[in-house]
Design a binder for this molecule. Sequence first.
Ligand SMILES: [Zn+2]
Length: 601
Amino acid sequence: MEEMKSRKDVEVQYTWDLSDLFADDGAFEQAIEEVRPKIKGFNEEYSGNLHSPTTAIEAIQEYKSILESLVPIGNYANLKLSSDQGDENAQKLDGMASNISTYFNSESSFLTSELIQKEEAFLEEVKSEAPQFLHFIDELLKNKPYQLDPKVEKALASYSPVFNGPYSLYLKTKLLDIDFGTFSANGKEYPLSYLSFEGELEGHEDVEVRRNAFRAFSDTLSEYQHTAAGTYDLQLKQEKTTSDLRGFDSVIDYLLHEQDVDQSLYHRQIDMIMSDLAPHMRRYAKLLKRVHGLDEMKYEDLKVSLDPASEPEISVEDSRQYINDALKVMGDDYLNMVNRAYDERWIDFVKNKGKSTGAFCASPYGSHPFILISWTSLMTEVFVLAHELGHAGHFHNANREQNIFDARSSMYFVEAPSTMNEMLMANHLLENSEDPKFKRWVISSIISRTYYHNCVTHLLEAAYQREVYKKVDAKENISAGDLNMLKRNVIEEFWGDDVSITEGAELTWMRQPHYYMGLYPYTYSAGLTIATAMSKRVLNEGQPAVDDWLKVLKAGGTKTPVELAKMAGVDITTEQPLRDTIDYIGELVDELEQLTDQIEG
Ligand SMILES: [Zn+2]
């Protein structure tokens, strides 16, 4: 394995082109200089002056226009930084973007405060004269019971970078400070980093490489556990304080309020998966143990592929055909977006030091999506890319159809379009192969990637996070020891006696950025539940199902998650879709067992 490259040494053609946001840093800085007086003018003109609905509409319009000009500013800096957290210039730009955004939040906080205090008739008139702002006003009214005194709101807005502090500290520790050094296995020395561990080593087919990598990785993580726990505790305290100040009954209520979801949907997802999915996944773990001839199935063996030898290698260029074929069913407009993503360098494929781990898609309003991925040249990347292009396809549609206030759907729904594309990819690959080994590889990818990642990894995070918030609501402090214990309990409960939970597994909580994004982890399985039902409809019904789905994507944030799912023909107020999803995973594991018998027999 080669040493990780520096950002400056990677091949430019496989990096994203941020010049669609700003031609260069100079243009970025100029945009900031231009928006600053607009913000000042906005405050001077409208603060304390929203006397008529007409003026209110003008103010909302101006607010919207400033918001739109801040989008590329924040994204340019942020994307630059995520491709190399160690880039001091990017850090500087990110600081500038954060400052202007704080200035805007603080100078514009009067708008919400003043509108909320207006009589109902006033707001109704705003809505009827400017129907494009209907959801904006309804959103304000939804938050009215939790709104604080205008001066307090302004003070809180001024503190916003401090509130983002824990997440940025988390990233700095993780991506800049921790040095994993090297480890040895089979008499060879291997360099170790977050990227190499999560990208390759944790799923390495050689048991000694895999297990020694895990040992070295965990031992180094452990040295940082108190800093990480302290950082996380700050995040929790801030969420708890906000929740109390605004008058929510619990942190969980506060965080679900933003998602337009009630507690029953949240708890069902966690409870049912912990109890009903676990038996299927334990069977899958047993199958891994059997196929790899392991005498003991350990926690660090769970990410190994069922049949690494049957996983084809794939280049970036070749991935394009697979993606095109798999997503063709979504129609020409969708495919056009996919091909532009390749042609116009929307995607950052390279691997380099300091780059954010995992993959994500940012979809700045008014521009096109940008995707970050670290291409390992393994076939599994077509699933990752299909997933991220699912986010792109979602916001590409929603951003075109909706105004900036209405484009983003609830977090509960965000992972549905992405996981839907993973299902479409799997269906495509299965339809076009008769080779039992390849079929087994595809199904095991759906299990080990799509369902494992979304319903197990993130779900265990969610179950653990729920326990953490229970403690927070009980006003308990959180130490590294507590977090380790809670995480270990959840992992042990899920895997039972079928997997031995090695020391170090409890530190898994240190690896996930999602804890800094509210109740995000559970939404992966929620999205995948909708996607599983939807992809079955596409398989069975074809075009009418695709048409429904495109309507859902275009609806953006104008509907609640329950309404969006309903438009897709899925009723998530009942447990049926989740039960069907779990049954489907069970069938996939059955199929894996049969294919394995066939291959070995
Ligand atoms: Zn995603």
